[in-house]
Design a protein around this ligand. Sequence first.
Ligand SMILES: [Zn+2]
Length: 660
Amino acid sequence: MRNDRRPWFPVLCAAICACAAQHPSPAPAPSAGRYGTLDRATVNRMAQRLDLPLFWAADSNGDGAIDPGEVKSLLFFPSAPAWTRGGRFTAEFDAAYASMVAAARIAPRGGDAEARRRAAVLADLDQVRPVLVYSDLRGLPDGDRRAAATFLEVARLIDHLYAIQTGAAALAARVPDDPASRSAFRRNWGPRCAAPKTEKDPACSAIPGAPKPKVDAYPDDVQDDPDFCAALEKRPDAKALLAPFVVVREQRGKPIPVPYADAYGEPMREVATRLEEAMWYLGADEKPLYDYLHAAAHAFRDNDWQAADEAWARMNGQNSRYYLRIGPDEVYADPCSQKAGFHMTFARINPQSLAWQDKLRPLQQEMERSLAALIGPPYRERQVAFHLPDFIDIVVNAGDDRPPLGATIGQSLPNWGRVADESRGRTVVMTNLFRDPDSLLDARELCASLLDAEAAALRTDEALPGLLTTILHEATHNLGPAHDYAVGGKTDSQAFGGALASTLEELKAQTGALYFLDLLVKRGVIDADLQRRAYVDAVRWAFGHVARGMWTKDGKRKPYSQLAAIQIGFLMDEGALEWDPAAATASGKDKGAFRLHFEKWPAACEKLMQQVGRIKAANDRAAAETLAKAYVEGDRVPQAIITERVLRQPRTVPVYAVDL
Ligand SMILES: [Zn+2]
């Protein structure tokens, strides 16, 4: 299961950043000739409009002009021109730059239907700002580099398979020869617009006439019936037809299941061949990855995904430097939520997280003991061992891993089969997404729009404060009353109901992330300065989740949003966090700011930890509902103000570049 999509709402902030007084940017030198016409945000926006695989990563030398060393070539575009050669721009770059300058002058306007469609498509593209995920693999061992190069080729094949599944491939020939339409079609995996202001606009489509795509998993004519999923579910052969790794085809007027490996034989065999090629590049130290590639190649030929899962589950952050997952997994793109979409995640294990896990492991029993003492009976200390997720740095995401907006930042797999049934799957947390300079600027802007100057100054670009709270959050899932804990034979989901149980479990984990910081200071693992920066980072995290709203469309609790509101409200009640409606924000642009009273944090976090721990230890549903109600509902927490300030920032989507 994909457990989260980052609500990152970044900012087109060329104008705004100059005001961030605590981070002055170098004054631009006089514009350097012909490449200084467009600012960085405009270059990157125009490249998307023109479907160009180009990204201006940073104005490193601050001269206001794009330089050869500042350009990245993006993956997963239809073309791959070389923008630089020998440290100089190529003729292709010159032409691209000229077209970007011309495109920036176009102000889309209404007119006939086609003009309105094109204007809507540009609006769809412009609302989502690309943010860079860059990996420098040039330092890897030679064999690993060759394997990585092969994975990048496999990523393209997976994109193709996924485009067949979504129905995009069947419509590709109908996209007009207009770069913006092509770009939107590529990013959105089909003609439909996807950005917040245009997704419901009937005129917004990458193809004139806005044809409705049909997924490949079911016969075309079946999909004309809006209730076709329900009709399939009622059939006696529903289980076979709706299995995750088969498509439904028609044979003599009857629907039959056809395995993916038969339905997509040729492109899947091509993937298998390339995976086997990659195997031979790996050294003996990557044996578990070698074994997985072998098993995955088999699965792409014989559809035996369970065997691939067995090999995959044997890999971990200790025995491989890489995280690779390839195959059909999630069902989000399927209209019936049954068919698994093809994806490939290729990442590196984050070395900083491994080092911190090593530092925390000797403390795991002490953490459990302190939590058990805080909660008291009926909860009793038990022997614990951290089962932590793999913390990974994404190199590339392919297929279903690359939604039109945002990105997956955590995932547990597989969804089916013995490995899943026996809880032998793997969970990952993506640690490098939204860590690029633009996203960091967004985080800085967000803090400056909600915190006072003193608190905002403690937000840094460093990864460590966020990584530390993430590790502690995941560790705390293993501590105190956990998933196997029961009172009178009742587990937490039986006692509280699914959504409230998840909210409490996530609240426990995220409160542990704050509570245990103090223990780490006392044991000399971290200093008080890092503790404060981690508090500030956790508050920023909570703002983002509050802004997503407390309830789903069908009225279910959103666990992360609700826990964020509970934490903010509880910390306010304890005086650790103060909302001052008259205070100036760090940016100076708004009235009404949060202030952190750090001396009160350890006691406040301990109190909340105790309360949540006791609710879980007693399965006390009434107390849980009272706690949630106090902060999720009503205006104790200024949710509307937080939401308005967070949502000022536009949405983003990662784009990928790799140096090999
Ligand atoms: Zn969690």
